[in-house]
Design a protein around this ligand. Sequence first.
Ligand code: COA
Length: 264
Amino acid sequence: MGHAETGLLWRTWGLYPRVMIATMIAEESFIDFKCPHCGEPVSFPRDCIGFARECPTCLECLVVPVGDAQVGRKLPLPITTARLVLRRLGGGDWKDLLELLADEELFRYTDGRPLEEEEVLNWLQSDSHVKLTSPGQPFYLGIQARDGGKLIGYLSLHFADPQRLQAGLNICLNRNCQRKGFALEAVRALLEFCFDGIRLHRVTALCDSRNAAACRLFEGAGLRREGELVKDKFFNGEWASTVCYAALQEEYREAAANSPAPAP
Ligand SMILES: CC(C)(COP(=O)(O)OP(=O)(O)OC[C@H]1O[C@@H](n2cnc3c(N)ncnc32)[C@H](O)[C@@H]1OP(=O)(O)O)[C@@H](O)C(=O)NCCC(=O)NCCS
């Protein structure tokens, strides 16, 4: 229904039952399309365009399409970069994850402790039920090297708001693969997924102020240093400070527009 018709309805509204007018106008603010997974019709408010949402029929994640597309989009996963594939974790990753997570050094500046085999297996088991839209659950993506296929780390997104438009990111990389630019490559690709793929409003990252690798990483990926929580946590016998990084969708787009075009 176009705006002209809506106006006509208002002008002649005495001819229609009040409930019917409200319904017809409300329908204008919804977009109807088919789920890309099960093919069933779905309807979402227009202000959800571009966001990841759950199909009410098959419960899979879809991206609400832009314009007059008849079918929604699937999540743009896995993500392939020059040297990496970012993909959901699977049961077969347990050995590589155990190698990563058994390393005490990984937890030098972060909460947590090395994991044992059974804990890694349990984690993978519970993660297999998690979707991007699962409330209160971090969404993990494994970082796999294209060369050799080894899982060298993981990223996670933690959604803080009920609309799921703001996420905190976390990353861990196998010590043997650090300082080769893999983390930067993975975080850049994740930001593209967050801002272009599912149109998040804001992405944040927190790290210990002594964690030079994480600070350089987040700054290199274009996140803005937003502030520092001074001595906000008691960690390994001393008070440590947390640095907060963030990027808004508009900042990301502006930076992308101003960055030089890739070489042909
Ligand atoms: C943080 C982490 C993911 C960085 O991984 P990485 O593979 O070494 O990162 P990259 O090679 O992509 O380097 C990113 C930047 O950090 C710098 N960097 C990496 N390790 C560093 C270190 N130990 N000291 C100082 N700078 C370091 C790199 O030089 C690079 O900066 P540059 O582009 O200005 O040269 C890795 O150290 C890690 O897994 N740490 C444990 C978990 C953690 O702390 N996660 C962050 C909190 S969410």
